[in-house]
Design a protein around this ligand. Structure first.
Ligand SMILES: [Zn+2]
Ligand SMILES: [Zn+2]
Length: 303
């Protein structure tokens, strides 16, 4: 089952050096989840060959512009392109008010349902669940209310050993029960032990998305042991005072967090406009946590 994330924007604050403000597209089993929607997100979707209309769920971490200024444009384009299916947006409550005002003054009546779910920052909460995954908030420490998101794959059904089933002419109507782990008694007297005809499904994976935040141990429990941790790394550690003032993290701190929480892989992003080249940020993070990669726009990372 596909579980991967494509980086659409990796810049903090402003677009610079061909880097765009934050946005990511998560693909779980060919369902698309947009995570943050900085200015330029539509162009990035087009550039990297994604259809915006495939997005049914949007997760906005907080209301600094570099994380949502692209949303009104995206919603408007979907409307103009004739979308009729609903879209669901998880975001701080005030975003609904902001969008309503924009639609009101442009006299736009969106022709598809836009459903809002307000995120809260008092405690982590499960905010979404479908057949493929569930999503929990991560309470981050930023200048304004901010949540990250933890995407947890659901455990899949057992995998059939089809060659063996076919070779022994087991009726296909037994397959669904075998996938669910049942042993079966066939009408012809044969007994099928599940373990002989199926294998366990892949281990469910977790993707944690930590956008803007200060280094703060209070959210570490939420991100414990994830397969891929995306963590902001706005500055090099020589700028740690600036990071503290602006409630951001350094590359070194992001790596320490990955190490402390037992992440398998770290992706760093939300790079400050002061860095034209990103190699020093990568090297700093790798000095603490070897399995680190830069969040490069257009790259897709398997979780
Ligand atoms: Zn930001
Ligand atoms: Zn911010």
């Amino acid at each position: 089952m596909k579980f991967e994330v494509t980086i659409l924007g990796s810049s903090s604050a402003t677009p610079v050096y061909n880097r765009n403000p934050t946005a990511q597209l998560l693909n779980c089993n060919e369902k698309f989840y947009l995570i943050d929607c900085g200015e330029g997100t539509q162009q990035q979707l087009i550039r990297f060959g994604f259809k915006a209309n495939k997005i049914d769920f949007v997760f906005i971490s907080h209301l600094h512009g570099d994380h949502y200024f692209g949303l009104i444009g995206l919603l408007s384009s979907l409307h103009l392109n004739g979308r009729i299916k609903p879209i669901k947006i998880f975001a701080p409550a005030a975003l609904a008010e902001i969008l309503e005002l924009q639609f009101k003054h442009s006299e736009t009546v969106i022709r598809y349902p836009v459903e809002f779910v307000a995120t809260q920052t008092d405690a982590p909460a499960e905010i979404f669940e479908n057949a493929d995954l569930k999503v929990e908030t991560i309470i981050l420490n930023h200048r304004i209310p901010c949540t990250g998101f933890k995407f947890v794959q659901k455990k899949r059904l057992r995998k059939l050993i089809v060659e063996k089933l076919e070779a022994e002419e087991i009726p296909v109507d037994c397959y669904p029960l075998l996938k669910r782990g049942a042993d079966l008694d066939l009408p012809d007297g044969r007994v099928l032990l599940n373990a002989d005809y199926t294998t366990d499904s892949d281990r469910p994976k977790q993707y944690c998305y930590c956008s803007d935040t200060l280094f703060d141990e209070t959210y570490f429990e939420s991100i414990q042991g994830c397969d891929t941790l995306y963590h902001e790394a706005t500055f090099l550690h020589e700028m740690v005072d600036r990071a503290n003032q602006t409630h951001h993290t350094t590359a070194l701190q992001a790596a320490e967090i990955a190490k402390m929480t037992g992440a398998a892989k770290l992706l760093i992003g939300h790079f400050s406009s002061r860095y034209k080249t990103l190699q020093p940020l990568l090297e700093e993070a790798r000095s603490v946590f070897e399995n680190t990669e830069l969040a490069i726009e257009g790259n897709t990372y398997t979780i």
